[in-house]
Design a protein around this ligand. Sequence first.
Ligand SMILES: Nc1ncnc2c1ncn2[C@@H]1O[C@H](COP(=O)(O)OP(=O)(O)O)[C@@H](O)[C@H]1O
Ligand SMILES: [Mg+2]
Length: 335
Amino acid sequence: MVAHPSLSGVPAPVDLPANAVELRGLTKIYQPTGKAGPKHALKGIDLAIPRGSLFGLLGPNGAGKSTMINILAGLVNKTGGTARIWGHEVEDDPRRARASIGVVPQELNMDPFFTPREMLELQAGLYGVPTRERRTDELLDAVGLADKADAHARSLSGGMKRRLMVAKAMVHTPPVLILDEPTAGVDVELRRQLWDYVRTLNRAGTTVLLTTHYLQEAEELCDTIAIINHGEMVACEPTSTLLRRIDNKALCLTLDRDLTAAPAALSGFTVELPTPRRLVIRYQPSRQRADAILNALVASGLGIVDVSTEESNLEDIFLQLTGGAHGGHGTTHAA
Ligand SMILES: Nc1ncnc2c1ncn2[C@@H]1O[C@H](COP(=O)(O)OP(=O)(O)O)[C@@H](O)[C@H]1O
Ligand SMILES: [Mg+2]
């Protein structure tokens, strides 16, 4: 039986772990298959996910996210290091470790002949949840599938299946919920609905670990973000800190005359002169204002013909840290 801080309604026992998930030197080498050599998927990951966190794990395809999740889920054997869930090491104490998490895997595998209600009942049975403690209707309702409770799973859309998997992961009220790419292939509206449910679970005390390649999802939802690349951790910070790292904007100006050097009036800024008539001035919006730059230029007698700004966002830091493996790009706004 897993103590749950708030869903069970009883006061939290004093021995709740500080970290819901704790990885130390976690290593995975997949054995060679066919012509492919051994694959070093995780190269000594250290990670602590505090109890109560809504934690995002980002990384380009092949970075090792699913490998990490699957080790926590007991689906992949690690090569080295330790992985603890709610204080229980996944190989030393697999029963308790597994009872402490609900996992929504990246690959949806569900029997098309069961209905959502049957699937949740079956799962609850597997986890030994007594009939009177089952929350089938509550869970179906929470993921917006109450009206599909008795429909065949094969008639559910991709988004519905994904939500059903979330409900299935929660049947035993685990203190930790792990979602591998939960909104891949889910349309925008349902994605928001799923986010709302994840937020609700998190507010009620469930620690959530999710992987995503939608950077906006991580930015909006997660309090802390870790970025992995080629099996190594390249960043792990509170989302606000990570975003502050990219407190960086560029003001791009077209001038009324050619310059041969950056204007003296802008000595306090980082200035580039890509062409004699174009000035690019980098500044930190949290500390500097665009009007200070523009006023300094006008006061020095320069005419400004046109203005635009370039803003960096999580996408930029991601690209910077992972070497351009993501498909998107930063935004450009007219000023
Ligand atoms: N069963 C496996 N056998 C061999 N290599 C694998 C296996 N599963 C994953 N890999 C490799 O390990 C690396 C990490 O994969 P994965 O954990 O799925 O990354 P992600 O989820 O971040 O896309 C990739 O290079 C992938 O090809
Ligand atoms: Mg994956």
